[in-house]
Ligand binder design. Structure first.
Ligand code: ADP
Length: 517
């Protein structure tokens, strides 16, 4: 079959994008498939086209009602018979839609995973010529994904009961090797049938702006980019409100979105953004899944997100049209406190908390890294890549300084403290702090006590952040992370490796922003 011709005929696209054709061919051959494609790569086509080429019906499981509705609407506009069942639809309409499906009038049926809790629905499925089940946002299955949903696990159990044995297609944009493995195991999809395209988004330019006055930064940036559409993510509703008020007062066309707003306001703000009446959206992470706005030119994170997965997914909403776009993180080490608080307060068990701390640590390491930001993200997802040449680290023109001696001081202090303490304690010993809490350990007897007394504790803390971000030090998981010297760090201790750094030390006696990282 000429798949390109079908793509053109049905959707009007000239070519497949990376990964699409391979996935579609595999699905049409009846092979269960996991497709890992970055946001905006075009995952929907991977089940929409097969749905139309296969006889029978395709079930699409998707976590969000708004996302389903958009998809069904746009399919119907293209003349493709699609419908959805969800909790917002009344009983008689549900019955009607089910009949339509049974009569073979519908090619794509969208449901949320919770629908599988209904015996009636499961019985209904057994009677259908069900050829394909597409599982969108499949990372929600994994406990280690950034958006775990127990209902996803429930529903995968029911999938196995289906007598009509449909082909499975799991799709996600954000799978670390661990999450990919989880999806493969839970859905019994072989690693060989996993198709992963590069995570590289060439049109994104990454930037970390550290220690800036955030409001001034926003104002300057927006003034330099008039008429452009973008999203500003903040971590709390309160902050969203404040930033929106600030921007509106400064006469920027901004609107807001968070879970605390009434449904109709959320809807109308979202539309104002989509249709560029208010091209600037200030939002919490409640905004965005399923938003398909192609001309988003920038995504600015006002606060640090919880994980690299979340960051890349949110930042990836910029530049879906392939044009150059900015992904900027405004980083204030203090923001980590709120994130840590969220983890501490969560109801997760200790194992999950430790996992969340580790995810946050890797996100903080991104903010502290001095190597190519794009490469950092790619490596995180298990991809290799060359330096991008355009991120704020690649373009950093500050001179490189040899900091090998300072690094050796830090690393040997960590060793002398028997690799049993975290950043704050190590920094305090290095600057020779008389902190009461440490007094009982008698660290003043160590040869490294006070050997960096000309620096502030904050500066030493930042140096430790840098050494952690660059993997000279590792940090154990948990609420009280412990620093250890890595294999790379040991090479520095034995004089086999030099360490270079761009940042300049400024003597400053303020305290460390966070004890954790
Ligand atoms: P994802 O779910 O991977 O984030 P979507 O499926 O929403 O991405 O697709 C993103 C955008 O790309 C949509 O506007 C879609 O119509 C468009 N698109 C998908 N495939 C192609 C293609 N082969 N050629 C051109 N545009 C495409």
């Amino acid at each position: 079959m000429d798949l390109e011709a079908k793509l053109k005929e049905i959707f009007g696209y000239e070519h497949f994008r990376n990964g699409q054709k391979q996935i579609i061919e595999q699905v049409l051959a009846g092979k269960d498939t996991l497709g890992i494609l970055p946001t905006g790569a075009g995952k929907s086509i991977c089940y929409q086209l097969p749905a139309l080429l296969l006889d029978g019906v395709t079930l699409v499981v998707s976590p969000l009602i708004s996302l389903m509705k958009d998809q069904v609407d746009s399919l119907n506009v293209t003349g493709i018979p699609a419908t959805m069942l969800n909790s917002t639809i009344d009983e008689s309409e549900v019955n009607f839609r089910m009949q339509e499906v049974q009569k073979g009038k519908i090619k794509l049926l969208f449901v949320a995973p919770e629908r599988f809790e209904s015996d009636r629905f499961r019985y209904f499925l057994q009677q259908l010529p069900l050829k394909l089940v597409a599982i969108d946002e499949a990372h929600c299955i994994s406990q280690w994904g950034h958006d775990f949903r127990p209902s996803y696990v429930e529903f995968t159990n029911h999938l196995a009961e289906l007598k009509n044995k449909p082909t499975l297609l799991a799709l996600t944009a954000t799978a670390t090797p661990q999450v990919a493995k989880d999806i493969q195991t839970l859905l019994a999809i072989s690693a060989k049938q996993t198709i992963k395209t590069g995570f590289l988004r060439e049109n994104l330019r990454f930037e970390v702006a550290k220690g800036v006055d955030k409001r001034t930064f926003l104002k300057d940036y927006l003034q330099k980019h008039p008429q452009e559409s973008g999203i500003i993510y903040a971590s709390t509703r309160k902050e969203v409100e404040e930033i929106t008020a600030f921007l509106c007062k400064a006469k920027f066309a901004a609107t807001r979105y968070h879970a605390g707003l009434a449904e109709n306001e959320r809807q109308s703000n979202q539309e104002a953004f989509l249709y560029d009446e208010k091209p600037i959206m200030v939002a919490t992470n409640a905004f965005g899944m399923g938003i398909n706005k192609s001309n988003v030119r920038f995504v600015i994170h006002y606060n640090i997100p919880a994980t690299i997965e979340a960051y890349y997914q949110e930042a990836g909403r910029a530049g879906r049209d392939g044009l150059d776009s900015d992904a900027i993180l405004l980083f204030a080490p203090n923001d980590l406190r709120l994130r840590l608080y969220f983890i501490e307060q969560s109801e997760s068990d200790e194992l999950h908390k430790a996992h969340d701390y580790e995810k946050l640590r890797q996100m903080a390491a991104y903010a502290n890294s001095e190597t190519c930001l794009q490469r950092y993200i790619l490596q995180y997802f298990g991809d290799e890549g060359a330096d991008c040449g355009k991120c704020s680290n690649c373009l950093d023109e500050r001179e490189l300084t040899d900091i090998t001696i300072d690094t050796q001081k830090v690393l040997s202090c960590v060793v002398r403290m028997q690799e049993r303490f975290g950043k704050t304690a190590v920094a305090q010993v290095l600057v020779g702090s008389k902190n009461q809490k440490l007094a009982s350990w008698h660290f003043e007897k160590l040869s490294t006590f006070g050997i960096m007394s000309t620096y502030s504790q904050k500066n030493v803390g930042e140096l430790i952040d840098f050494l952690t971000a660059e993997n000279y030090l590792t940090v154990s998981n948990g609420q009280f992370p412990v620093l250890r010297v890595s294999a790379k760090g040991k090479k520095v201790l034995t004089g086999k490796q030099k360490v270079m750094r761009r940042a300049t030390f400024i003597a400053d006696k303020r305290n460390l922003a966070s004890d954790q990282f």
